[in-house]
Ligand binder design. Structure first.
Ligand SMILES: C[S@@+](CC[C@H](N)C(=O)[O-])C[C@H]1O[C@@H](n2cnc3c(N)ncnc32)[C@H](O)[C@@H]1O
Length: 423
């Protein structure tokens, strides 16, 4: 491929540089969205291809480059950031890139906020639910949207459980730019114009902490925390067991994890420390208070949903992974039916292991069981526990992240009044 013939020009609404004008003036082919093609000067001799289907546009670019013609691709903001540069590199091109300001940088500038501590997620051609989970777990998130996955859809998922403010930034740098500060309740019903970026902010933590790494916090400095980190009182999982449970759950940014029969909430809290959105499901009122205290002490976001499984699960957002700390095979099976990735259960009696495993298998999970016998060195006796897990095999039809076979993944927004809390 003749690399120097291909230029990618970022466009943010500001006047083009002399270099950009010169490159456009020499172009035989100019490719871009209709809005971008209308905004830049294109020589009468140049052909244009409106960027619709990506592969068609890439084929047109290839064809002209093979004939040694100059090609300019005009794209929004910084084309190296969630943009066309990746696709061009994947085709073997080495384009010259003249970036403009990213819409994310512009959006935070309009809000007058620092953004080195912000998480940037894209719902553009991707699952909205992962962006929503990131907004549940993090206080400052910029969401790149797409038609149908914009401010209204985002607000419908977050409202009313997740108190946030939105800064909706429409057509940044364009003639009809509009920046609106709005509550999710209002955002869910208003019409919005594309393109837009949405800043989803926790009103209590807008300035954020001064850090050394941009974007998502790296994983926690430690996990399988000492049992004492969850205050006095019994725990469902002690540290060594929790280490295996966390390894099997694999919580990360964009995930939703349920901790069913949460006890002190230690599994949900540890998942939240990894950046996942987490819900602790617990029927006992005093335990719910204990969970809330532990959540505050660890300074993470965990929703507490008070109720009895499996009924209470109907009202929760779709989980990637579920920890079952309490309840019988019926609860394990209900969790397995909803889990996109897998379920982990801890049992104290070996006689219950086969029933739990069978429940997971009925929902097409691939299962494993281990007996764990850990105790402080020198202790006279230990009580083994049995960790049972089931994973949805990504190779099976309908497996992996897209949901169990035949099921449409939906997020249920409303829960019965009196139950549940802030997500
Ligand atoms: C494929 S991403 C491209 C991001 C781009 N590379 C950037 O740096 O801004 C497309 C998304 O970027 C956002 N976006 C791009 N241009 C925008 C603009 N002028 N105003 C608001 N949002 C914009 C929208 O969320 C849009 O759906």
């Amino acid at each position: 491929m003749n690399t120097h013939l291909l230029t990618v020009l970022g466009h943010d609404g500001s006047p083009l540089s002399a270099e950009a004008r010169e490159l456009l003036g020499r172009a035989a082919l100019v490719v871009g969205g209709a809005r971008h093609l209308a905004a830049v000067p294109i020589p009468a001799s140049a052909r244009t291809v409106v960027m619709g289907e990506l592969r068609t546009a890439l084929d047109a670019i290839d064809a002209d480059l093979e004939k040694d013609r100059n090609v300019v691709v005009v794209a929004s903001g910084d084309p190296g950031f969630f943009g066309i540069v990746r696709a061009l590199r994947e085709r073997g091109h080495r384009p010259r890139v003249l970036p403009a300001l990213s819409s994310v940088a512009q959006a935070f500038a309009r809000a007058g906020l620092p953004w080195d501590d912000a998480l940037v997620v894209s719902a553009h051609g991707r699952e909205l639910r992962r962006a929503v989970n990131a907004c549940r777990a993090h206080p400052k998130v910029a969401v790149l949207t797409a038609p149908g996955a914009g401010p209204a859809a985002l607000a419908r998922e977050l409202f009313p459980q997740t108190p946030r403010t939105f800064v909706v930034c429409e057509n940044l740098g364009g003639p009809d730019e509009r920046v609106v500060h709005v509550r999710p309740a209002e955002a869910s019903t208003r019409p919005w114009r594309d393109p837009n970026v949405v800043l989803v902010l926790d009103p209590r933590r807008q300035t954020g902490e001064r850090g050394w790494v941009a974007g998502a916090r790296p994983g926690p400095s430690g996990w399988a925390l000492p049992d004492a980190a969850f205050g006095p009182g019994p725990l469902g999982t002690f540290a060594e067991v929790r280490a295996l449970v966390l390894a099997r759950l694999g919580p990360s940014v964009g995930d939703m994890v349920w901790d069913v029969g949460a006890g002190a909430g230690e599994v949900a809290i540890e998942c939240a420390r990894f950046g996942a959105a987490a819900v602790a499901v617990e029927r006992d009122l005093a335990s719910c208070e204990r969970i809330r205290g532990n959540v505050r002490a660890h300074r993470v976001k965990v929703a507490v949903s008070r109720g009895t499984a499996p009924a209470v699960l109907d009202h929760l957002p779709e989980p990637d992974a579920v920890f079952v700390g309490g309840g019988g095979p019926e609860v394990a099976r209900a969790c397995a039916a909803r889990a996109l990735r897998g379920v982990v259960a801890v049992l104290r009696e070996s006689g219950r292991v086969r029933a739990a495993e069978a429940a997971l298998k009925k929902e097409s999970l691939v299962t494993g069981v281990v007996r764990l016998d850990a105790a402080p060195f020198g202790a006279n006796e230990s009580e083994p526990v049995f960790v049972v897990w089931g994973e949805r095999n990504a190779a099976t039809p309908g497996g992996g992240r897209t949901g169990p076979s035949g099921r449409t993944v939906v997020t249920i927004r409303q829960r019965p009044s009196g139950e549940g809390s802030v997500l």
